[in-house]
Write a protein that binds this ligand. Structure first.
Ligand code: ATP
Ligand code: MG
Length: 424
């Protein structure tokens, strides 16, 4: 019979790598809590319409990357391709705006996009994201990007760049759109097919194209920063000042765009030179129109999302994982000793230690070798003599020192192990 393999674009995260994920997740939880963000967990599938409206029909994500299917009740359902739409749906549905003030939310989990798999690009991948809902103040952008920066620093990834742009407000963008189309139209036949198509549907996204000739054409395109209204320019200025004050280096990139109507003002990306073609680790910006677009009250908002796989690729290149280890490895031989060994393991765990029990039933020598490989600090040993006397031998592997302890007194005795043998 043929074996069954994981689907293309999906990956198992094996115990050999899980340490990176746990490190990233624990750090995220801590850094986001420090900045007063609260975690939200929304469903992995939603009505297709949420994403169609929330991300926009004109985007690649909705146009060609979604995992959409009919369920048994003939509803059109989509596996979430990103986290913002679900968070905003929940914000509206649960009236989180009713709490007044500003909501700072974060999430993490798997996302699904039907893309061509390559390094740093999968069909099931994972993101950590954060949203600040309810503030139009440019300081919200500074706070949001600062917390993203804090997370990346705390995780330990280096040499990242923050690229920044403003896409203005609705009117700025309308004005810019006209200028851009005017500039690009004479080059129409030289654009790649996707970009040609976008010329009428979503021209700002052409600036984001990956095709060489299209990029060349865009080099001399007008800059959106030149058409910003005085108010938009001022708000962008405040944000740049905020970033500088917080010591966050940034470069302007006037081709960085979010092509949808409800994206406003700031767009930013955090990139790394060490990731090849998939250089963007984090993308974010302000999306003042989205909450209203999805049926909620007018609510300003800003957020970002990070690709966890790409972060972990960076981490793997710079930080080896510590070898896994346990405090105690329990070896035993003989029917009664083998049963008592299970009780000994429970007692040691109760005292706060990590404990692995050898279940092989093989000779003592082999069990000791496995204890070594498990990185144990000590072995707890039970043979027939220990079983008769209700005792256990504790052998410290670094010193070779061995003591006999009564099983009845093990819990009390084990509490003192800390000072004796775990401090060196
Ligand atoms: P890209 O241009 O790389 O396709 P994107 O603009 O589609 O990125 P966003 O929707 O902004 O990406 O998602 C935020 C982050 O999530 C990206 O910067 C990236 O780190 C990560 N990401 C997006 N798609 C994938 C994927 N298919 N596999 C792994 N990570 C991804
Ligand atoms: Mg993409």
């Amino acid at each position: 019979m043929s074996t069954i393999q994981a689907l293309r674009g999906t990956k198992d995260i094996l115990p050999t790598d899980i340490g990176y994920w746990q490190h990233l997740e624990a750090t995220a939880r801590q850094v986001l809590a420090q900045a007063a963000f609260q975690e939200i967990r929304t469903p992995i599938f939603e009505q297709t319409e949420l994403f169609a409206r929330g991300i926009g029909e004109a985007t690649d994500v909705v146009g060609k990357e979604m995992y959409t299917f009919s369920d048994r009740g003939d509803r059109s359902i989509t596996l979430r391709p990103e986290g913002t739409a679900g968070a905003v749906r929940s914000f509206i549905e649960n009236k989180l705006y009713g709490a007044g003030g500003i909501q700072r939310l974060w999430y993490s989990g798997p996302m699904f996009r039907y893309e061509r798999p390559q390094a740093g690009r999968q069909r099931q991948f994972h993101q950590i994201g954060a949203e600040v809902l309810g503030s139009a103040d440019p300081r919200a952008e500074v706070e949001a990007s600062a917390v993203a920066g804090n997370l990346l620093t705390a995780v330990g990834v280096k040499s990242l760049k923050l690229a920044l742009n403003s896409v203005g407000d609705r009117e700025d963008r309308q004005r810019y759109r006209e200028k851009l189309v005017e500039y690009l139209t004479p080059y129409k036949d030289e654009l790649d097919p996707d970009s040609k198509d976008r010329l009428t549907r979503n021209p700002l996204r052409i600036l984001d194209a990956k095709v060489e000739r299209t990029r060349e054409i865009c080099v001399d395109a007008p800059s959106i920063l030149d058409v910003l209204s005085a108010a938009s320019a001022e708000s962008f200025e405040t944000e740049k000042q905020g970033l500088t004050t917080m010591g966050i280096d940034n470069t302007l990139d006037n081709r960085l765009v979010r092509g949808l109507d409800y994206y406003t003002h700031t767009a930013f990306e955090i990139q790394s030179d060490d990731l090849g073609a998939q250089a963007t680790v984090c993308g974010g910006g302000r999306y003042d129109g989205l909450v209203a677009e999805l049926g909620g009250p007018e609510t300003s908002a800003v957020g970002w999302a990070m690709g966890m796989e790409r972060l972990i690729l960076l981490l793997q290149a710079i930080q080896p994982l510590p070898e896994p280890s346990v405090d105690f490895y329990v070896v035993s031989r003989g029917d009664r000793a083998e049963i008592q060994a299970l009780g000994v393991a429970q007692t040691l765990r109760q005292a706060g230690y990590s404990v692995e029990v050898d279940l092989s039933g093989s000779a003592f020598g082999k069990q000791f070798k496995r204890g070594d490989r498990a990185g144990a600090k000590a072995c707890a040993i039970l043979g027939d003599a220990e079983a008769d006397n209700n005792t256990v031998q504790i052998k410290w592997l670094n010193s070779g020192e061995q003591t006999e302890v009564s099983q009845v007194e093990l819990l009390e005795t084990a509490k003192n192990f800390h000072t004796q043998n775990f401090n060196n």
